[in-house]
Design a protein around this ligand. Structure first.
Ligand SMILES: [Zn+2]
Length: 344
């Protein structure tokens, strides 16, 4: 479900919590007065903190966490915050209700959402942190021909003065991601990439890794035939289930993760071929008055007109780009293109 109002999402969480024995804890309130809640499951074992909807228009991790909650037995302990950014989730926006990108607020902690996450980590003292996001459809594994359905990252801790604790945390995160890479390759080979671990000091991945918490950032994307990412959410829930009983040892080999192709962009989300040239479209989702819509927008406009590009530019990155795959869907444009004011 790409969009649901906050109240419905919260009701779904509470229903799962009630049925499957999770305890709710209030960690803060958003600027617009919505509760920022966590759900706790004390199963012993390793301690896992997970959050989703930090960016309110990235719901795949939420669906995975809801599915994961519905287990009857847990080996590990969990504190999950499936709607970390309630105002953003309600409006289906990346930022919170005050226009703050929560994932750039780890140090300043000006937002209620950042403070709630820091409080959760302080109280729960996790061994592992799972930072669940969605990425734009236009990402793909470098040199690949499919969308990146899963892009994985073990963020850096502080790059200049790394402590043994943070080096150990990053290695454990890489080892978990190496196992996830191998699991994903059974069904998603060609659709898995690694994010570069450029250092973003104000992001939560870096912030927690620096504290010695093994932190994994997962960016889920589309796959061909699954633009709503239902299959990706289901696979992500299976990965969380695997982690419940599997523990990383620092003697294990991180290389399956480290040798993944890097995440690259931009692929073409959709290409319309026409006698005038080629039109590149990208997916644009929004929620207006509670209604979720998905449009195709032209990538380049000149003087308020869509720009037709010479068709050779579709091969900008060598191997057949994703857009070439989507050209089979050109016929569907007949119903959509008039909305863009185009004539084809
Ligand atoms: Zn995000």
């Amino acid at each position: 479900m790409r969009y649901q109002p906050f109240d419905i999402r919260l009701a779904r969480l509470r229903e799962s919590a009630r049925r499957f024995g999770w305890n709710e804890v209030l960690l803060g309130n958003s600027a617009q007065g919505r509760p920022i809640v966590g759900f706790i499951q004390e199963g012993g074992g390793q301690r896992v903190l997970a959050w989703s909807l930090m960016h309110g228009n990235e719901p795949t991790g939420f669906e995975a966490l809801v599915a994961f909650m519905r287990h009857t037995k847990f080996e590990s302990s969990y504190l999950i915050l499936p709607i970390l950014n309630p105002d953003g989730a309600e409006a289906f926006t990346r930022h919170n209700g005050e226009g703050v990108d929560v994932n750039r607020d780890a140090r300043a902690q000006e937002s209620a959402e950042a403070r709630a996450l820091v409080l959760a980590a302080k109280r729960f003292r996790p061994d592992i942190a799972l930072n669940l996001h969605d990425q734009r459809p236009r990402f793909y594994p470098e040199s690949g021909t499919k969308p990146a359905t899963f892009s994985l990252l073990a963020p850096k801790g502080h790059p200049e003065v790394p402590t043994p604790a943070q080096q150990d945390a990053q290695l454990r995160a890489q080892i978990i991601l190496a196992r996830w890479t191998q699991i994903l390759f059974t069904s998603w080979e060609g659709g898995v990439a690694r994010f570069d671990d450029q250092f973003y000091p104000t992001a939560f991945g870096e912030f927690f890794q620096e504290q010695g918490i093994a932190t994994l950032t997962i960016e889920t994307g589309i796959s061909l035939g699954d633009w709503t990412r239902i299959a990706a959410a289901s696979q992500l829930a299976d990965l969380l289930t695997d982690l419940d009983t599997w523990k990383a040892e620092t003697t294990m080999d991180p290389s399956p993760y480290l040798s993944l192709p890097m995440n690259a962009s931009p692929a073409n989300e959709w290409v319309i071929h026409h006698a005038n040239g080629v039109l590149h479209l990208r997916q644009h989702e929004q929620v207006v008055a509670g209604v979720h819509t998905c449009h195709w927008m032209v990538d380049t406009w000149l003087d308020n007109h869509p720009t037709w590009i010479e068709s050779r530019t579709t091969h900008a990155f060598g191997s057949p780009p994703i857009g070439e795959v989507f050209t089979t869907e050109t016929l569907q444009a007949e119903g959509l293109v008039p909305d863009l004011g185009l004539k084809i």
